[in-house]
Design a protein around this ligand. Structure first.
Ligand code: NAI
Length: 695
């Protein structure tokens, strides 16, 4: 089967890329295109060429596997295909349907003209894999749409709707039947002898560019892109498009592409990309288990989480009732939802029309009657077992027999909650992260008796709500929060031993975490953190720091009271000598002699406990595979995606090295530094995480 079909429509040849599922530009496709272009170019009866995709889409990118295998660099590379397109004396027109992304869009950009379906999307999302477009994408995009648009679109990797692409000049016309229109367009261009539009020669958008545009843009993305290579190489490359001769600018783009391709960041991001897809697979839930359709949802509790969860359903077009104890609590919750949506409109991330549509799907209620019409109920009431059991008992009585009863608990025992019902097979954890309307992660939690169909339904629900989904087993804190306590706990021990909050957060953020552990505590509320700790069954011989409790006793609850580990002016954190003396007091009390702690030790002490507890979680089958843990940490806990997640990080530095470091630190830091048995086994055998899988 050829992967590029050569089809004649009278005097126009259509080269149709047919390489399911997404027509990725793998080596065979590039070879097919090159051969087709040559054949059509040499045939005097052919007046014009259209490039299109079968399977409803233009190529949605390069073949990601080829980055690892190196085939992406094997001739003919995309640049050679493009050179052939630009060298041909006949009009070449792209017919863009579905999604033209990455290498696929770069291919389209090298055509003389582009026709897009009204529903199509285009974009250069390479940055998300730690790459820059390497086939002239930064150059041609900039020449068509100008550097401002290019900087925004390529450093963020966003998908661009066809209508916007037309405004930006990236495509030349929109159509319903895109192939027919592209054929007609190409034929007209040939008949009229229209001068061929070589995009890489266009110059009007790249002349007279503001001198400080690029420096300003680097500053603008500094906070978000800190530590990353690709976004800055994209800026350099767009700058080259505007300031260097064409050939030199293309050479620079290629050089930066190769630099990024060879960087550990690209490898880590590709790991995360595949890990997120793998996480959806549940070995003991076969693919033929059909998820239940979710047409109507009810959320119980309109607090911090309930409101955000309701927004998720509404954004996905699913009607949702929000149930509260009282009218006042309900009004407060609904008010917060409105405020959140208003913020999205102000920021430009949602249109007023979309918001009105979503709001019309959310209804506030105060009695349980409406629960009967729901396919799923998500409970988000106080984190208190008695309250949850009471709610589930009630839900069991009123909900439809097929309905799924989900809990948003962040730590409690799913089986104990299920025991309050006569349908434990329908009970499951759906752990959203705060703010639930923003955070990408959904950590589903299976109880002992949760049915395969219930699991399949909440996994599919994650996709419907545009979340990254992972399935965890039932234990204290599940995957994410169970590991977190060792990370934040270690931060507090470091404080007792001599570090300051700002030093710890600086090291963590320097590594790439979105926010350091103590700043996160202040954001979530130290009272909440303390309450969760009190709820844990801490073994008598386990060390734990009294610092959190002291802060709470002094009313230092975090951002919400203007002081916690820091003092706050607005949201700006300011080191506070009062906190330091509180910490020093604790050190004295505990008889700990404070010492200078090197940044390197802080980093080791923060990260190793994550890997170690992660190993236990894999060993116990709480996570199906180690890479699921990476997905949880990258999407729910601010772990830098470009470092691949804690388990990936451990394997990259070497599991034997992780064990060695733990053994070195164990004598002075107690039993929690004893390496997990799985970690020791892997270190001894030299195997990696992929050798261990449950199910
Ligand atoms: P919250 O205190 O902000 O909201 C709880 C809401 O539930 C309140 O508005 C309360 O009036 C309502 N409520 C209490 N009992 C009720 C009942 N019987 N029927 C109807 N409504 C009732 O709490 P938050 O932070 O939203 O937490 C809710 C759940 O989500 C907890 O299980 C928590 O552990 C979990 N969670 C919280 C996260 C956070 O960052 N706040 C993150 C992830 C999970």
């Amino acid at each position: 089967m050829p992967v590029v079909n050569y089809r004649s429509e009278a005097d126009v040849v259509v080269l149709e890329i047919d390489h399911p599922p997404v027509n990725a530009l793998s080596l065979a496709v590039r070879e097919g295109l090159l051969a087709g272009l040559k054949q059509a170019g040499a045939d005097a009866a052919v007046k014009a060429i259209v490039i299109a995709g079968a399977n409803g889409t233009f190529p949605a990118g390069a073949d990601i596997n080829e980055f690892a295998s190196g085939l992406v660099l094997k001739s003919p590379i995309t640049r050679e295909v493009q050179a052939q397109m630009e060298a041909t004396s006949k009009p070449v027109v792209a017919a863009i349907a579905g999604t033209a992304l990455g290498g696929g869009f770069e291919l389209a950009l090298a055509c003389h003209w582009r026709i897009a379906a009204n529903s199509a999307k285009v974009g250069l999302p390479e940055v998300k894999l730690g790459l820059i477009p390497g086939a002239g994408g930064t150059q041609r995009f900039t020449r068509l749409a100008g550097p401002e648009a290019a900087l925004d679109a390529i450093t963020s990797g966003t998908h661009i709707l066809a209508s916007r692409a037309l405004e930006l000049g990236l495509v030349d016309a929109l159509a319903d039947d895109v192939v027919a229109e592209a054929i007609a367009f190409a034929r007209r261009a040939a008949q009229e002898n229209r001068p061929l539009r070589i995009v890489s020669d266009l110059a009007d958008k790249i002349t007279g560019v503001k001198a400080n545009l690029f420096a300003e843009f680097r500053g603008k993305i500094q906070a978000k892109a800190r530590g990353q290579l690709a976004p800055f190489r994209i800026i350099d490359s767009i700058q080259a498009a505007c300031t260097q001769p064409k050939d030199e600018a293309f050479r620079i783009e290629r050089e930066f592409f190769l630099e990024c391709r060879n960087s550990p960041q690209r490898k880590a991001l590709v790991h995360v990309f595949f890990a997120e897809r793998e996480a959806r697979k549940i070995p003991d839930v076969p693919a033929d288990v059909k998820p239940l359709p979710i047409r109507k949802a009810v959320v119980i509790g309109a607090g911090t989480m309930g409101g955000g969860i309701a927004m998720n359903f509404a954004n996905a077009g699913i009607p949702v009732d929000l149930l509260e104890l009282s009218r006042e609590a309900l009004d407060r919750g609904l008010g917060l939802i409105q405020k959140n949506y208003a913020g999205s409109v102000t920021r430009g991330s949602l249109t007023q029309g979309r918001v009105d549509q979503a709001l019309s799907l959310i209804k506030g209620i105060t009695d349980y009657e409406a629960v009967a019409g729901a396919d799923i109920v998500v409970e988000a009431v106080f984190e208190d077992m008695k309250v949850k059991q009471e709610v589930f008992g009630k839900l069991d009585r009123v909900a439809a027999p097929h309905a799924i009863l989900a809990t948003n608990t962040s730590t409690l025992d799913i089986d104990a909650i299920a025991a309050a019902t006569a349908r434990p097979e329908k009970v499951v954890g759906t752990h959203f992260f705060s703010p639930a309307n923003v955070m990408k992660l959904l950590e589903n939690v299976r109880g002992k008796r949760t049915a395969p169909q219930t699991i399949a339904t909440v996994m599919a629900l994650g996709k419907t709500l545009s979340k990254v989904v992972v399935l965890a087993g039932n234990c204290d804190g599940f995957i994410g929060n169970r590991m977190l306590q060792f990370y934040t706990g270690e931060a507090e021990f470091l404080l007792e031993e001599g570090a300051t909050p700002e030093q710890i957060d600086r090291v963590s953020e320097g590594f790439g975490f979105a926010m350091g552990p103590l700043a996160v505590r202040d954001l979530a509320g130290n009272d909440v953190g303390f309450m969760i700790r009190k709820g844990r069954r801490i073994p008598a011989d386990e060390r734990w720091s009294p610092i959190l409790q002291r802060l709470v006793e002094q009313g230092r609850l975090g951002q919400k009271t203007g002081k916690g580990f820091y003092r706050y002016e607005g949201r700006t954190r300011i080191p506070d000598p009062e906190v330091l003396s509180l910490i020093e007091g604790v050190s004295r009390e505990l008889g700990i002699k404070r010492r200078e702690i090197a940044d390197q030790e802080i980093l080791e002490r923060l990260l190793h406990p994550l890997v170690n507890e992660g190993a236990k979680i894999v060993d116990e089958g709480i996570a199906i595979r180690a890479s699921d843990i990476d997905v949880v940490y990258v999407n729910g806990y601010g772990f830098p995606a470009y470092k691949g997640g804690p388990m990936y990080w451990g394997e990259e530095i070497g599991l034997a090295k992780v064990v060695e470091t733990m053994r070195r630190l164990a004598p002075s830091h107690g039993t929690r530094w004893r390496p997990a048995p799985l970690l020791e086994r892997l270190a001894a055998s030299g195997e990696g995480w992929s050798s261990v899988r449950s199910g």
